[in-house]
Write a new protein. Structure first.
Length: 365
């Protein structure tokens, strides 16, 4: 029926300023590179995708995405039907190994095209709507203690119900930070920590055994991405649930986490794992293994965030608060013209066709 043949693929790299420095255990930055992709079909349907990987986290950048798409992915995609997503992933994987952020921009654009071609929102193509409202969490990046406490209080006042705090600094700085925020926000606010690989497994247990007394919802990526045994050790020596983020950067990565029972929760980022198609497969893997999920952010702005919203709206196992809308508020500008509908710390998934966003086309000029 729908002969949505891929006719052209265009990529733009845009460096956007952040409102203030963004710092985590892996890096600090004042701007963020975004790769925006535009796929056009033979019927003139246009789909958009976006990713903004940080080099230290992903091993990819907006510039590598442009090179990889222009030289390897675009030639493999021209002439294929945009609805044949598994085949398209196979062709992309044969064209070049890895580069999951680059592949995610393509995959996201396919769902935008399919939705627009059929006149349905992207979530309808991902299993349908499981939830209409998506609970958000706010991430407090590394800064001085006073600034962290101030930001935590401001975001709770804006309606966020869950805080994620970036740690992995030094044991004493982390201790003082979590103590300070807990005392400032009271005992009932869920606090999630993200160490971004900041500790080795033995130090992680020492540090978080002390901090656990403040009451934690979960601890994300306490150890290096490759140290699955170390993550399992941490999980077995702490009371708090452990979340894998960097350790699950592809579909196949989740297998070892499940097999080793190395984590309780997986942070599934659409822009990290290869797009909506792969994110859904990981969400299904969590269902068969009894794990649970959340959807994080690589600081994408509107296009990438919209994809994550459709993912969570359609995924039963992604049932924890999500920091998928972090990128927009941290940037000076966005790449879409319409605003997301946010109410009391929750974002509402759009019912418009495709991703339901209006992209600022001037970026392609
Ligand atoms: Mg993380």
């Amino acid at each position: 029926m729908n002969k949505s043949i891929i006719k052209d693929v265009e990529v733009k790299v845009i460096e956007l300023p952040l409102k203030k420095q963004w710092k985590i255990a892996l890096y600090a930055a004042k701007t963020r590179g975004h790769a925006v992709v535009k796929i056009i079909t033979n019927h003139g349907v246009i789909g958009y995708g976006e990713a903004s990987p940080s080099p230290a986290f992903m091993g990819e950048t907006a510039d590598t995405i442009k090179l990889v798409i222009d030289k390897y992915l675009k030639p493999a995609l021209i002439g294929l039907n945009a609805f044949d997503v598994d085949l398209i992933h196979e062709r992309m994987n044969l064209a070049i190994y890895g580069n999951y952020a680059a592949k995610s921009t393509i995959d996201i654009a396919l769902y935008d095209i399919m939705g627009k071609a059929l006149g349905v929102p992207a979530y309808k193509l991902l299993g349908g709507k499981y939830r209409s409202e998506i609970e958000l969490s706010w991430v407090v990046g590394m800064q001085d203690l006073e600034g962290s406490i101030q930001e935590a209080k401001e975001k709770l006042a804006q309606g966020y119900k869950t805080l994620k705090v970036k740690v992995g600094n030094t044991p004493q700085i982390d201790y003082n930070l979590v103590k300070g925020i807990r005392e400032a926000v009271g005992k009932d606010v869920p606090i999630r920590l993200d160490a971004n690989q900041g500790y080795d497994y033995k130090t992680a247990v020492e540090v978080f055994r002390r901090i656990e007394e403040f009451g934690l919802e979960s601890i994300e990526q306490p150890v290096r991405r490759w140290d699955i045994e170390g993550m399992k050790y941490v999980k077995e020596h702490l009371k708090t649930p452990i979340m894998a983020d960097e350790s699950v950067s592809s579909l196949h990565d989740v297998y070892r986490i499940i097999k080793e029972r190395a984590a309780d929760i997986v942070n599934i980022k659409v822009g990290k794992v290869g797009g909506l198609t792969i994110a859904k497969k990981i969400a299904d893997a969590l269902e068969i293994s009894g794990l649970t999920g959340t959807a994080g952010s690589n600081l994408e702005v509107g296009i990438g965030s919209a994809a994550s919203i459709h993912f969570v709206a359609s995924s039963k196992t992604v049932n924890m608060p999500n920091d998928l809308l972090l990128g927009g508020p941290l940037h000076e500008y966005d790449l879409i013209k319409n605003q997301f509908e946010i109410n009391d710390g929750k974002v509402i998934c759009s019912d418009k066709p495709g991703l339901g966003i209006e992209v600022d086309e001037s970026i392609f000029k």
